[in-house]
Write a protein that binds this ligand. Structure first.
Ligand code: UDP
Length: 218
């Protein structure tokens, strides 16, 4: 019996990550199939040349082992699906593009997706289901929680701590902290695209602009 790999989500995020998944699989083991899972599908079809099915149909597939990359940008949805996969004893699959650079002592937990041109430097710890989109980087001594999302081109400098479910928008840059006083992005915080973050961001808020400031809820 063969292994079966899947990209969960067949919308924008998933269709982009499928190409990354093929590169990952070519490095791991030739010949296995990668399918899309999307719960909006009522029957098995084709998306960009891959079989596509809902989760129930994926469960019904016969395979010795099943691996899933959750390719959905919304981190709360990623967490919900990760919990469901764990309950069903299906493994999270980490994928990275061929040209990703990962330096020394970078611990990246299961389920990550590192898109083309991402760089993860040295002495870094990253939690479950991290998404780093095109051209993002993570510099030395950063600690990143679970279900964190980087849109394309995020510049995360050294000694920054990013807590669970934070979302960093495209092109945002975050000032480096120090070993004694890391710059902290709190749980569930949102950093708007292009923001220049010069100081810590509290949990749950949205910041935008240069220098980044909290957007007050209306
Ligand atoms: N989706 C799913 N199961 C869920 C939640 C979402 O299959 O429990 C699918 C949904 O049908 C959609 C995709 O995930 O096709 C999410 O796509 P969206 O356009 O919202 O965002 P993306 O993450 O691709 O940017």
């Amino acid at each position: 019996m063969t292994k079966l790999y899947a990209i969960y989500g067949a919308s924008g995020c998933g269709r982009s990550l499928m190409a990354v998944a093929r590169q990952q699989l070519a490095r791991e083991q030739e010949g296995a199939e990668i399918v899309f899972i999307d719960d909006a599908l009522t029957e098995i079809g084709m998306v960009n040349g891959h079989r596509a099915m809902n989760y129930q149909a994926f469960l019904n597939e016969t395979a010795s082992e099943k691996y899933v990359q959750i390719a959905i940008a919304n981190s709360r949805v990623r967490e919900k699906i990760a919990n469901r996969l764990e309950a069903d004893a299906i493994q999270l699959w980490s994928i990275m593009a061929d040209n990703v650079t990962v330096m020394d002592e970078a611990l990246i937990a299961e389920g990550s997706a590192l898109s083309p041109f991402v760089t993860i430097t040295s002495n870094i710890k990253i939690g479950k289901c991290f998404h780093a989109n095109l051209y993002s980087y993570v510099e030395h001594d950063c600690v990143i929680g679970d279900f964190v999302t980087f849109a394309p081109g995020v510049k995360c400098n050294g000694n920054i701590h990013i807590h669970d479910h934070a979302y960093i928008g495209a092109g945002a840059m975050i000032k480096q902290g120090t070993p004694d006083q890391p710059l902290v992005i709190g749980e569930g915080a949102v950093v708007g695209m292009g923001a220049v973050v010069t100081k810590s961001v509290p949990a749950g808020v949205t910041v935008v602009g240069n220098p980044a400031r909290i957007v007050q809820p209306k």
